[in-house]
Design a protein. Structure first.
Length: 118
């Protein structure tokens, strides 16, 4: 069974940091890309960052230089380190998995809330 479980969200002041975790099961990292997405109230879900099966990373322009995505293969976990947080980063953050030959992300976690106060 494929599972993605996010954790690490919470309330933080602007300028602070949080690290989100995405615990996975049923995936082999060399076959899947794991991505982070977020959805703020009243807005569409947007891409944040992803780490590919080869370990390559990519970021949305709005978070580049502030967020870092990484993975621990032994722990089957992907992390999103978020620094210099801004109120506009407030959203529910989701991790998702995309098989290497697929275009769309097929598997999603339940999300974790991140709230950044000004």
């Amino acid at each position: 069974q494929k599972l993605l479980v996010e954790s690490g969200g919470g309330l933080v002041q602007a300028g602070g940091s949080l690290r989100l975790s995405c615990a996975t099961s049923g995936y082999t990292f060399n076959s899947y890309e794991i991505g982070w997405f977020r959805q703020a109230p009243g807005k569409e879900r947007e891409f944040v960052a992803a780490i590919s099966w080869s370990g390559g990373t990519r970021y949305a322009g709005s978070v580049k230089g502030r967020f870092g995505i990484s993975r621990d293969i032994a722990k089957n976990t992907v992390y999103l380190q978020m620094n210099s947080l801004k109120p506009e980063d407030t959203a529910v953050y989701y991790c998702a998995a995309r098989y290497a030959t697929r275009i769309a992300y097929d598997y999603w976690g339940q999300g974790t809330q991140v709230t950044v106060s000004s």
